[in-house]
Design a protein around this ligand. Sequence first.
Ligand code: SF4
Length: 376
Amino acid sequence: MAGIYIHIPFCKQACHYCDFHFSTSLQNKDAFLKALQKEIVLQKQYLKSEQISTIYFGGGTPSLLSKIELNQIFDCLKSNFQINSDAEITLEANPDDLTEAKIKELKDTPVNRLSIGIQSFYDEDLKLMNRVHTAEESIKAVKLAQDNGFDNITIDLIYGIPGLTDHRWRNNLQIAFALDVNHISAYCLTVEPKTALAHKVKVGLISDVDEQQSLEQFKIMLEAMHNSDFVQYEISNFCRNGVFSKHNSNYWKKEKYLGLGPSAHSFDGESRQWNISNNALYIQSIENGELNFEKEVLTIEQRYNEYVMTSLRTIWGLDLDLIQNNFGKKFLDDCLKEVKLYIQSGDVLNEENKLYLTDKGKLIADKIASDLFKTN
Ligand code: SF4
């Protein structure tokens, strides 16, 4: 089942930790929306008539779009792709955009899942990250969405924020659980180069992310999620009542997807391509009837490394039979040789020919994956 990702490259203000592609000027918005619809038509063959099981509006801030704008995009998608009647259709939203009027508008679109960027229920954390909303707006947004019929809601949280105590992190998790959402994505703050946060850390205005504290908060999260019946189906993603995200799962299961909009990535099973990360140049190319992207055909080693990286992080594990069948015996033998020490140390389990990270192993997931990687 294939997916479509649509990148909406506009935000009201820049969060200090963010290195995604976006502009805080909305002046190109109308031209972008026209170009996006043209790109949908130009890319209609990319997924070769596959059924679409998930559409994801990410960004940027897709909740800046109006009902009319969203419905125009959907009409265009419906005319050019085979979309399943039960497709998951997610829209990333910032809490300050989710007024009652806005939520009612969204109910008049095919959007059936909201991904709300809350990050923290403490205003001091939100200020440090330069988020545009308050903690109170976040709680109100979730309740309004639920009261108006959105029963599939995921929220994003961030831990490892400088100054976020373990006590506050525990409270953040408890507030999230009390909101009765079925899906939570929780990420460790990373200081990306060239961001305002990186600059502030460099000049000493903010202390750097404390790795030990982040690890401690990751452990706190695992225990709290477990106690509240959340299943960790990927290192950073948790759900209860079986509400897995189709979008996320498709990505980790290496299903094909088409990315539309500036900076969006696509994957057709053999190659990856990514659109230019510049709104004006994106619009200009599409207006000229041309797609502006870079492409990389994946080598067998790259495909293997991506499989190792993503599968090990998930509840479905790394399938050794799949490695033998798709990559060959040499890949399997090397994988088994490298993983042996991690099995002995209790970081990895081998059950029915599948490798799974233990809770201990999850703390060093990236290291384990990179030790299993193949170089060209
Ligand atoms: S709202 Fe999202 S995309 Fe926009 S700056 Fe903040 S984190 Fe980045």
